[in-house]
Ligand binder design. Structure first.
Ligand SMILES: C[S@@+](CC[C@H](N)C(=O)[O-])C[C@H]1O[C@@H](n2cnc3c(N)ncnc32)[C@H](O)[C@@H]1O
Ligand code: SF4
Length: 408
């Protein structure tokens, strides 16, 4: 499983060192649900199957999160961080829909009664296509959830098998249709570049995904994470490693098929039907707003502080029970690091970064801009009119462009 980053120890009372006034930033909530029925071979997210939980009880989990919500309210007040209603809520995992609908609803009500939630807030849960049905989704909708993101990954059974996905592909179609009928905004996650996946397989997945007529699609290039079963299978030669040239062709294909189907790219790996269909929650991350991440391993970002909770659900429950902050470590993001983060995050967005602002930070001089245009990595016309935005080729090589702009 992925390691938490290194920081300094977080204060046990959770206190935030306010680096700037948050009045200009919106406030968001992420709720981590750290459970899965089985672990997919490629996944290193902070999630646990029943056998990895020892005595920790899934059905009591919502009570700990409710306590962390009250705790966060006290910490923000004590740290003099301005109180704001929540603009978006995102339940992610793991598999949030492994909890009873009532558990998720109680957490949402806890956020509402503690902070208030804006009337137009986007309230999303991730869902495994096998772990929801009509009555489950109806309950969530009645309680205020309005967006569901399904983990589809692929429509091709052989590809799903290599990924060790256990869901029945027919349930994606069925449950997206139910969710849409109920009134949810919908999204599906896809993965491309799975060992053995051909361009034809990927085209099939894209065709099935677009036929679902969701509002949004995320498509991620498969990352072989250290410590995963997939990594071991590749290292032992049991499975061939992903092919980078094929990844590039697959990225070109996703852009082409999704644009033809009426989607527009707005972040390197994300496409939406219109501006209103973009993930407002993810936009908040990319624009460095304030958010509190609840649950084990969850990361928060408030007033220039980044802090992250202990990873194991049992350790998290223990700390919450003892009224100790679940935050393990923190990092204070100084103004230089904020500039780096802004470039790394915002250059990946369709509107890119203001060229004048880059210059004011001593970055992206005329020679670098000219080279990026000549290499067809940024849009020339856009750069001349003041925004640095990636071309489709630049999106594929986004990390290299960012390194060049930051002169790493
Ligand atoms: C953590 S999962 C949560 C959603 C839900 N558990 C599911 O898988 O259906 C969020 C998304 O991250 C993506 N993901 C996870 N591991 C990945 C990897 N190693 N490479 C690329 N994408 C990955 C998948 O598309 C997945 O749907
Ligand atoms: S269901 Fe999602 S979170 Fe769980 S192991 Fe699979 S990819 Fe990871």
């Amino acid at each position: 499983m992925a390691q938490l980053p290194k920081g300094e120890p977080a204060p046990s009372d959770g206190r935030i060192t306010k680096l700037f006034d948050s009045a200009q930033h919106s406030f968001h909530a992420y709720v981590h649900i750290p459970y899965c029925l089985t672990r997919c071979g490629y996944c290193d997210f902070n999630t646990y199957t029943a056998s990895e939980l020892a005595n920790h009880r899934r059905d009591e989990y919502f009570e700990y999160v409710l306590k962390e919500i009250s705790f966060s309210r006290e910490v923000l007040a004590a740290s003099e961080v301005i109180a704001r209603p929540i603009s978006t809520v995102f339940f992610g995992g793991g598999t949030p829909t492994l909890l009873a609908a009532d558990d998720l609803i109680q957490i949402l009500q806890g956020l509402r009664s503690t902070f208030g939630i804006s009337p137009e807030a986007e309230i999303t849960t991730e869902a495994n296509p096998d772990s929801v049905d009509e009555s489950y989704l109806e309950k969530l909708f009645e309680a205020g959830f309005n967006r569901i993101s399904f983990g589809m990954q692929s429509a091709v059974p052989e590809v799903l098998k290599v990924l060790e996905r256990t869901h029945n592909p027919e349930n994606v179609e069925k449950n997206v249709a139910i969710a849409k009928r109920i009134g949810f905004q919908t999204s599906v996650d896809l993965i491309y570049g799975t060992p053995g996946e051909s361009l034809a397989d990927w085209k099939k997945s894209l065709q099935v995904a677009t036929s679902l007529e969701t509002d949004h699609i995320s498509a991620y290039s498969l990352i072989v994470e250290p410590g995963t079963k997939l990594n071991r299978q590749i290292e032992s030669g049991q499975i061939s490693p992903p092919d980078e040239d094929l990844h590039a062709q697959m990225y070109e294909m996703v852009e082409q098929v999704l644009v033809e189907a009426g989607f527009r790219n707005y972040e390197v790996s994300n496409w939406a039907r219109g501006v209103d269909s973009r993930s407002k929650h993810n936009m908040a991350y990319w624009q460095s707003q304030d958010w509190w991440g609840y649950g084990p391993g969850a990361h928060s970002h408030i007033a220039g502080n980044r802090f992250w909770n202990v990873k194991h659900p049992a350790a998290y429950a223990e700390r919450i029970s003892q009224a100790i902050s679940p935050a393990l470590e923190r990092e204070l993001v100084d103004s230089d690091n904020r500039v780096v983060e802004k470039v790394m995050l915002e250059l990946r967005l369709v509107d890119g970064v203001d060229v004048q602002w880059l210059r004011s930070q001593g970055l992206a001089g005329p020679k670098i801009v000219a080279e990026l245009i000549a290499d067809e990595l940024i849009e020339g016309a856009s750069a001349i009119s003041g925004r640095m935005t990636l071309t489709p080729k630049g999106r594929l090589l986004a990390d290299a462009v960012i390194r060049k702009v930051l002169e790493f």
